[in-house]
Design a protein around this ligand. Structure first.
Ligand SMILES: Cc1cc2nc3c(=O)[nH]c(=O)nc-3n(C[C@H](O)[C@H](O)[C@H](O)COP(=O)(O)OP(=O)(O)OC[C@H]3O[C@@H](n4cnc5c(N)ncnc54)[C@H](O)[C@@H]3O)c2cc1C
Length: 403
């Protein structure tokens, strides 16, 4: 491995890869050290770019960041495709939220009010309007809401394109696991040490290992904020057989995605007796069904109970799902932060930078984070709006590294 790079990223998930790509495009020499780039939470995710549907009441401060992030996606997706010739699955497909009982309906009405306060296009839907937008919905649905303009990407297509974009921009991808950050005599970060014992020197180290970030050694206590793993189960299905929206006359009449190969046109967010679930239709005919949110530490075993719960809720929304092909059951770890906002920017250790804590919104926040990291590495300043979320907030609550 030749010489010291300007910057080394410990972790090449959607955040590390995108920031590495844009940094290399700014003329920096960049290495990404990751045993399996793109195979963390990014591989599991739903790929929804949902600035408000994912925010809850009390998170108003975050919504400005999320809206700004969403607005950057169309240009970012085009730039990624131009750089690689690869598709990202970016679509402005809109979301239909549906309620199964009266209290679910009331919760969706609250979301409608919140969106209207923000000036976002939203309309209340009757049960039959929901069913005409999403053929196959259960007759038990109590109504819902249409949120046009909500976007999605194909999460796996995005990380594969980012790996290609990094390669084309000259980023050196090193397939090793980082054991620790190397600190020089002056206490500044000067590279990373891999589990294989290799020192990879660099002018700046960016910790971008998602939920695993606090487990990277060598960093003094009190420097890394409390990032925790929040497990999410996800299923992938293919809408085939009877009772699905794909290819039905109803789908065609309703102007849905029938005939395009996509099972239905909109993302469907369901509230099922207080449980949140979602179905994201992909262009290839598959449908992503998610997701659980579990505090179980660092383990990604697929549990039968979680799969059962996801399917149970989904079949109350779309009874025809019983006939669908079950393609995959998988679980991943979201990098959770105490206030659901990411940690992007410098730490108290010179030349040690964080890009983690993106929790449920790592894809949504990819362009804005990548641009902020590249800007920080080239100018020394984290640009707005991410500068309002400094990486050293919440430090008093940080657990010791490695727990
Ligand atoms: C079930 C589920 C559904 C989700 N749905 C959505 C969604 O719809 N929309 C959305 O915006 N977000 C969603 N997310 C969240 C999103 O996936 C994450 O926020 C995002 O992946 C975080 O990106 P990251 O690069 O920080 O972490 P990751 O994607 O987890 O990547 C971390 C990388 O670090 C590497 N790594 C770990 N330890 C080391 C080490 N010691 N040395 C080197 N490399 C290391 C891993 O191999 C991995 O490649 C979802 C997540 C889950 C689990």
């Amino acid at each position: 491995m030749a010489g010291s790079a300007d910057v080394v990223f410990a972790g090449g998930g959607v955040i590390g890869l995108s920031a590495a790509w844009l940094s290399a495009e700014q003329g920096l020499t960049v290495r990404v050290v990751d045993p399996e780039p793109g195979r963390g939470a990014a591989w599991v995710a739903g790929g929804m770019l949902a600035p408000v549907a994912e925010a809850t009441f009390g998170e108003e401060a975050l919504v400005g960041l999320f809206l700004d992030a969403a607005a950057r996606w169309p240009a970012f997706a085009s730039r990624l495709t131009e750089a690689t010739g690869m598709e990202t699955g970016f679509q402005e497909c809109g979301t239909v939220a549906v309620a199964l009982d009266a209290s679910d309906r009331a919760e969706i009405d609250q979301l409608l009010d919140f969106r209207r306060e923000l000036g976002l296009d939203t309309s209340r839907l009757s049960a039959s309007e929901c069913r005409s937008l999403v053929p196959g919905l259960s007759p038990a649905i109590r109504g819902g809401a249409l949120m046009p303009g909500e976007q999605q990407v194909d999460n796996r297509a995005v990380v594969l394109a980012l790996i290609e974009a990094c390669a084309r921009a000259g980023v050196d991808l090193v397939a090793e696991r980082v054991a620790s950050v190397s600190l020089g005599r002056d206490g500044a970060a000067d590279g990373v040490l891999t589990e294989g014992g290799t020192l990879i020197p660099a002018g700046t180290v960016v910790l971008a290992a998602g939920a695993e970030t606090p487990r990277i050694g060598g960093v003094p206590a009190g420097v890394i904020p409390p990032v925790r793993p929040v497990k999410g189960h996800m299923l992938r299905l293919r809408a085939t057989g009877t009772g699905t929206a794909a290819g039905t006359a109803a789908g065609t009449a309703a102007g849905t995605a029938a005939g395009t190969g996509q099972a239905f046109e909109h993302i469907v967010r369901g509230l099922v007796h207080g449980h949140h679930s979602y179905l994201v239709p992909r262009a290839d005919g598959s449908v992503v069904l998610g997701a659980t949110a579990e505090e179980r530490g660092y383990e990604t075993t697929v549990r039968a109970g979680a799969v059962h719960m996801l399917l149970d809720d989904a079949r109350l929304l779309l009874p025809g799902i019983d006939e669908w092909e079950l393609l995959e059951c998988i679980a991943g770890l979201r990098p959770g932060s105490p206030d659901n906002a990411p940690f992007v920017g410098p730490t108290s250790v010179p030349h040690l930078v964080l890009a983690t804590g993106h929790y449920r919104n790592g894809f949504l926040l990819t362009p804005i984070t990548a641009q902020a990291v590249a800007a920080y590495l080239t100018t020394g300043t984290v640009p707005p709006p991410l500068d309002a979320f400094p990486a050293d907030r919440h430090l008093s609550a940080a657990p010791p590294a490695g727990t």
